[in-house]
Write a protein of this length. Structure first.
Length: 469
């Protein structure tokens, strides 16, 4: 695997000196230098993304310790790569040669939950699922729920602008981040945003940090908006004779003014992979399986209305879940999709193209053509309600030709998404994997302005260099 190289001054100090400087403000257990240990922090879960060798891994527990790390890095001109759980899929958490990996997983406290203000104040290492369960005890709900919610961290969610299964109704992470405490490249601490329900003072720097992948500053605290806990949702499963018919049903549902809490699609390749992995008994005769859910006071009535629209679009069978347990079984199948597709060949490239809902059918048809062109298995699962598709290229990483075809097919899928008026990433971020494609999407003026923002926050280019731009 090739390496990410970050610019460093000619008088860069040796690792031993760097370690000594870090230990001046950190406990010994927070500074890891064993090469076998530091190597395990080198990359996230993305394929085809270069990674370097860290000089040291630091696991701070306080804001002051993070500030010490950044002051040291600035003084010594050493790059810093922030990390959460490393469950990302774009290489945003991959190390650069000689860097400090700043793992924030030990900063995992929920500092406050306020039912009156409907906010939670958390550190970046809090696990998404842990926060969801904690606020539920107060009758509250934190909607963003990536498929990796049992392991991914809130800081990582903020860094990549994560989404989840419930975005169609509740939106993505950015819509729930009210305020941040951020340690800047030079170690200064800055607060952005608010904890009030409303606030428009100054530029919205909070939203600027969301999705910045640690390239502008280190998030050390977040004020998150919460919602009242909704009723238990019920799920409907609809089988379709074609992906196009399933996408037609999605359009009918959204045009009809329905607001499902979840609207997910699994193509036949994905359904088969989930059955092979977990023996869940999903209908492999279907070409596409659509899951719709409602968490309204009368979900059964909503499911009946959506079921009728699915039948009008050509569904061969529509089966509403009878209770919460059956609903959870269907959602478990959807959450297993990416793991199941990885088991097909051993390695996957997971795309993250989001298109207008009206172009969803064209997107899936195009992916099928690309799979045939390159002779590859490409399964598609999608947050169909918001047009966010996850075409997943399955390949053998030991097969050089197949790996080449996988990468080329991945690029064609991104090109297709842009042609259909979409974006190269709906929730996984840019990282290393999609840097060139970001430039194509936003154009030269957009690149120039984004680089100017980066320069303003990080003039030495030590914060996660080689990512995004």
């Amino acid at each position: 695997m090739s390496r990410i190289e970050a610019p460093r001054s000619e008088d860069a100090v040796a690792t031993s000196n760097l370690t000594d400087r870090l230990l001046a403000g950190l406990p010994a257990e927070a500074v890891l230098t064993d090469p076998d240990v530091t190597a395990s922090y080198a990359n996230d879960m993305a394929s085809f993304c270069p990674a370097g060798t860290p000089a040291v891994v630091v696991l701070p527990r306080t804001v002051e310790q993070v500030q010490h790390v950044m002051r040291t890095a600035t003084e010594l001109r050493v790059p810093v790569v922030p990390q959460g759980a490393r469950s990302g899929l774009s290489g945003a958490a991959n190390a650069t040669d000689g860097c400090i990996v700043l793992s924030l997983t030990k900063m995992d406290r929920i500092l406050e939950i306020s039912p009156v203000d409907r906010i939670a104040v958390v550190e970046p290492g809090v696990i998404n699922a842990a926060l969801s369960r904690a606020v539920e005890e107060h009758g509250l709900y934190y909607p963003p729920d990536p498929s990796s919610w049992e392991m991914c961290t809130i800081g990582g969610n903020i860094g990549t602008g994560s989404g989840g299964l419930c975005c169609v109704k509740y939106g993505v992470t950015a819509e729930y981040v009210l305020g941040l405490d951020v340690v800047l490249a030079d170690g200064r601490l800055m607060s952005t945003g608010r904890r009030t329900a409303k606030g428009v003072a100054g530029y919205d720097l909070t939203r600027l940090f969301v999705g910045s992948e640690g390239s502008l500053g280190i998030v050390v605290r977040a004020v998150l908006a919460l919602k009242p806990k909704p009723p238990q949702q019920l799920v409907l499963a609809a089988e379709f004779p074609s992906a196009a018919a399933a996408c037609d049903a999605v359009c009918r549902i959204m045009k009809g003014g329905h607001v499902p809490s979840l609207l997910e699609l699994m193509d036949r390749t994905t359904v088969k992979a989930v059955n092979d992995l977990a023996h869940m008994g999903l209908p492999e005769t279907t070409e596409a399986l659509l899951l719709a859910a409602f968490d309204t006071p009368d979900p059964a009535a909503d499911l009946a209305a959506v079921g009728a629209l699915c039948e009008a679009a050509g569904a061969t069978e529509v089966v509403p879940a009878e209770d919460a347990a059956e609903s959870e079984m269907l959602l478990k199948a959807r959450r297993l999709s990416l793991t199941a597709l990885e088991a097909v060949k051993g390695t996957t490239m997971i795309d993250d193209v989001c298109v207008p809902r009206s172009q969803l059918g064209a997107m899936l048809e195009g992916v099928e053509r690309i799979a045939a062109k390159y002779g590859l298995t490409i399964g598609v699962c999608a947050h169909a309600g918001d047009g966010n598709t996850h075409p997943t290229v399955c390949f053998d990483a030991q097969d050089v030709d197949e790996s080449r075809r996988a990468r080329e097919s991945f690029d064609e899928i991104m090109a297709l998404g842009l042609e259909l008026g979409g974006t190269i990433t709906g929730e996984h971020g840019v990282g290393v994997l999609k840097k060139e494609w970001l430039a194509r999407e936003i154009g030269p003026v957009g690149v120039e302005m984004q680089r100017a923002v980066k320069q303003a926050f990080d003039p030495l280019n030590i914060l996660n260099p080689g990512k995004v731009l």
